[in-house]
Ligand binder design. Structure first.
Ligand code: FES
Length: 155
């Protein structure tokens, strides 16, 4: 049984209120929501793919393309925002040339904005896997990305 079929066994078919939990489960499993997955979920719940995309895009958490080989998470919580996450996010966008939720053309990088990571006194905070970068400043972003390129190329 494929992973998506396995996930669907946990839910009642036709139950529209299961949409968001199903999307969350599939994204946790696959890292993003493929078109194929959305079609299958639509069939299971009796919902059009247009409606599913419409609802899913309302939530920042869902991705529709695979993540990059290196995926950064940047805290967009209130304290990090006060500590300057806005300019750091802008620097990340400038350096990578993509918005949050997108993947660079070369497949190396993607990033997402997250809720509080629990390190408010250390913000702005960026995590890459288990590694946390704290007190991140905009001027550090280009060098951080340069170093992470080497990591992306190992994957
Ligand atoms: S607001 Fe960023 S770690 Fe708490």
């Amino acid at each position: 049984m494929s992973k998506i079929e396995d996930i669907l066994t946990r839910y009642r078919s036709g139950s529209h209120e299961s949409l968001i939990p199903i999307l969350q489960d599939v994204q946790t499993e696959d890292g993003y929501l493929s078109e194929e997955a959305v079609v299958r979920i639509g069939g299971f719940l009796g919902m059009s793919t247009t409606k599913i995309y419409g609802l899913a895009t309302f939530y920042d958490q869902f991705r529709f393309v695979p993540t990059g080989r290196v995926h950064l998470r940047i805290c967009n919580g209130t304290t990090c925002f006060i500590n300057g996450s806005g300019p750091v996010i802008a620097a990340l966008k400038d350096t990578l040339g993509v918005d949050a939720g997108q993947t660079t053309r070369d497949g190396r990088f993607s990033y997402e904005l997250t809720a509080c990571m629990g390190g408010c006194n250390e913000g702005p905070v960026i995590s890459v896997g288990e590694t946390f970068y704290t007190h991140v400043r905009t001027e550090e972003i280009p060098e951080m990305i340069l170093k992470l390129k080497a990591l992306a190329d190992l994957k």
